[in-house]
Design a protein around this ligand. Sequence first.
Ligand SMILES: Cc1cc2nc3c(=O)[nH]c(=O)nc-3n(C[C@H](O)[C@H](O)[C@H](O)COP(=O)(O)OP(=O)(O)OC[C@H]3O[C@@H](n4cnc5c(N)ncnc54)[C@H](O)[C@@H]3O)c2cc1C
Ligand code: SF4
Ligand code: SF4
Length: 343
Amino acid sequence: MTERSYVDLKREVWDAGLCARCGACVAVCPADALFFPPAGEGGSPLSPASSGYCKRETDGVPCGACYRACPRAGDRIPGRSLLGESRAVVAARAAFPVPRKQSGGAVTAILQSALEEGTIDAVVTVTADPWTLKPRSAVITDAGVLAAHAGSRYNWQVPLLAALKDAVVERKYRNIAVVGVPCAVQAARTIRESDLDLLRPFARSIRLIIGLFCTESFDYARLVEGALRRDRRIEPWTVRRLDVKGALEATLEDGTIVSIPLAELASCIPAGCTTCTDFAALDADISAGAVGSPEGLTTLIVRTPAGMGFVNRAIAAGALETSDEVALAPAERLAARKAARGT
Ligand SMILES: Cc1cc2nc3c(=O)[nH]c(=O)nc-3n(C[C@H](O)[C@H](O)[C@H](O)COP(=O)(O)OP(=O)(O)OC[C@H]3O[C@@H](n4cnc5c(N)ncnc54)[C@H](O)[C@@H]3O)c2cc1C
Ligand code: SF4
Ligand code: SF4
């Protein structure tokens, strides 16, 4: 591949409105020259920015790490099936209480069991400040902390994979699990499969990728500061749980459920989501979602031998329970609707 730089990334992805803000380019830039500017009045920035320094452009030194890590640069992966490959499809739940779980707590159970067994030493994921609901990317190494951060961050627009640099470069973890929505999963897989020397330390360290089904996400500033706080007088610390069930449902601490039609939240959806076609996290080792399983269970699509290994070990450790009460047709419908965004 011809060597590229952030200039090509800017032209093809940032300026074209395709950026998913996954943060992969920020994580792998060896010069720390890419960053996300702080959110302004209109919400979070649509893409990263450059300090202006670039190993390749400024010094003529071979690099191209940012371009090679980006899932939206260069050729897209053509025509894949709607729900992707699978070795097993099950409904699953944690075999222990996970009070903050989003569906069945299966994702927490798999990760917690792997941390306790030592097959992974860190999880790169998204947590949220309980007072502001502001999402942040995080490196979690403790099973108890992981359980405390169960649940879905729908207003997640933070560069998830920026925390990968902290995990690999600063803290030297070598057995990392990444949890993310499909755009972040695509980036993690792109990095894991890259043959670029500069990406190798990251590639070797990503042992497990868990993908969360995703229809869309919401910009933090526009959703929480705007649609909830300003328009509906809902303070973020009174929100116990957010869910998307045809509408955005906010369950408040006093038990009230506020339902907001998705049509009223169209302006909260970032541009990068409107061109995104992957619902089921096709590049993950294990994909997880709510749709297709009864309430209180997580639908798991196990795609790779590594994914199968982590699921089987969690079952053997008594952390995960599975059943065949799962139907893929509803997920297929959502995946078809999302795939149509690309046509
Ligand atoms: C933005 C978004 C949109 C989604 N849309 C759908 C949908 O349309 N249909 C559907 O069936 N399912 C959707 N999901 C997935 C669903 O909400 C659950 O995450 C999934 O069913 C797993 O549930 P669980 O109880 O097993 O996970 P839990 O045990 O609750 O664990 C969830 C794990 O995911 C991590 N996490 C939470 N939010 C994020 C995030 N934004 N990025 C990275 N990691 C995160 C947490 O840290 C935790 O480790 C979506 C999730 C997100 C974040
Ligand atoms: S999609 Fe991810 S890797 Fe690509 S430019 Fe945006 S933040 Fe960087
Ligand atoms: S729809 Fe979901 S997977 Fe796609 S860009 Fe938005 S957050 Fe990422």
